[in-house]
Design a protein around this ligand. Structure first.
Ligand code: OOG
Ligand code: NI
Length: 267
C-alpha cells in the first residue's frame, strides 16, 4: 500500500519539478539503485490541517510517529514517521507553522485563505495529493507572508505536496559519499543549497545531508504570472551507531538549513 502512495507522490512532484526526474535519471543511467530515504510535507498548525491531519494517510498505511523537532527561529514544529516492518519504506517528515507566533496581519491573511474552503477539503484522506486548495494565489499576499516566513509563502502557493524526495546515498555503489554525490550533481548543472555549508551534519552526528535549490517555476497569480521556487531534491547518508544500527532520526540543525532550499530568490 505504501508503495502506491509514494509512486503517486513522485509523479506529482516530478511533473511540477523537471530537475527531480532529471536527477533520478542521472543515477539510473549510472546503474545506481535508487532508494528513497524520506519525503517531507509542510502545513499550518490549524487543527483542520495540522501534522496529525496530514499524518492520517500514513498511519492508515501502518506508519508510526517517531521523532519530534522544534525550530524556534522559524516558528515550526515537526515530527517524523517510520514504517515498523517494511524495509526501505521511506520515512515521512511533516512540519507545521505555528500561526499564533506571527503578526496579526500575517495571521489574518493566512486565516482568510484557510477559511475560504470548506472543512471537507482538509478532512479528505487524499489531502496529501491536493497541492494548494485555496484557488489562485495573490502575489501581494505571497510577498507579505515572505516578510515573516519563507515557509508560509511557499505553503500558501504550493499547499499539500511533497516538497522533496531524498536519495539514500547508503544504497549507492559508485557515488558512495556525499562529496561524490554533490560533485556529480553540480557537474550536471544543478545548483546546491549552500546555507550552513553545502554538507549539513557530520559522520559523528550519524547523518549528513545536502540538497539542490528548488526549481523555479511559473505560477499564475491573481496579478499575473510570476516565477517562484517550487521543490528540491535531497541527498542523505546515514551512519551506524555504537550498536551497529543505522541512525534513523533527523537532526534539527541540519533540517533548519534544508528548509531554506525553497526560499525565494532572484533568478
Ligand atoms: C523539511 C526540511 C527538513 C530534513 O531532512 O531534515 C528535512 C522541509 O523543507 O519541509 O527535510
Ligand atoms: Ni529532508
Amino acid at each position: 500500500m505504501q508503495q502506491e502512495i509514494f509512486h503517486r507522490l513522485w509523479k506529482e512532484y516530478a511533473k511540477q519539478n523537471p530537475s527531480a526526474q532529471a536527477i533520478l535519471d542521472l543515477f539510473i543511467k549510472e546503474n545506481e539503485q535508487v532508494v528513497n530515504d524520506h519525503v517531507a510535507f509542510r502545513t499550518f498548525d490549524d487543527p483542520r490541517m495540522n501534522i496529525k491531519v496530514l499524518a492520517k494517510r500514513f498511519i492508515k498505511a501502518g506508519y508510526e510517529f517517531k521523532g519530534e523537532y522544534v525550530f524556534e527561529d522559524k516558528h515550526l514544529k515537526a515530527v517524523h514517521l517510520e514504517h515498523p516492518s517494511e524495509e526501505n519504506a521511506p520515512k515521512v517528515f511533516i512540519s507545521e507553522l505555528i500561526l499564533s507566533e506571527f503578526s496579526e496581519e500575517f495571521q489574518k491573511t493566512v486565516k482568510r485563505r484557510l477559511n475560504s474552503v470548506g472543512n471537507a477539503y482538509y478532512a479528505d484522506p487524499e489531502v496529501i495529493h491536493k497541492g494548494s486548495v485555496w484557488g489562485k494565489p495573490s502575489y501581494v499576499d505571497y510577498q507579505l507572508l515572505r516578510k515573516e516566513s519563507e515557509y508560509a509563502a511557499w505553503l500558501y502557493v504550493h499547499g499539500f505536496r511533497v516538497n522533496h524526495f531524498t536519495l539514500s546515498i547508503n544504497a549507492l555503489q559508485k557515488y558512495n559519499s556525499i562529496e561524490k554525490v554533490n560533485q556529480f550533481i553540480k557537474d550536471n548543472g544543478f545548483e546546491m543549497n549552500t546555507s550552513g555549508g553545502e554538507i549539513k551534519g557530520t559522520p559523528e552526528k550519524l547523518l549528513q545531508q545536502s540538497s539542490t535549490l528548488s526549481d523555479i517555476i511559473k505560477v499564475e497569480f491573481e496579478e499575473g504570472v510570476y516565477e517562484i521556487p517550487a521543490c528540491f531534491y535531497e541527498f542523505a547518508i546515514r551512519y551506524p551507531d555504537e550498536n551497529g544500527q543505522l541512525f534513523s532520526s533527523f537532526i534539527a540543525d541540519n533540517a533548519n538549513k534544508i528548509f531554506e532550499s525553497s526560499n525565494f530568490r532572484e533568478k
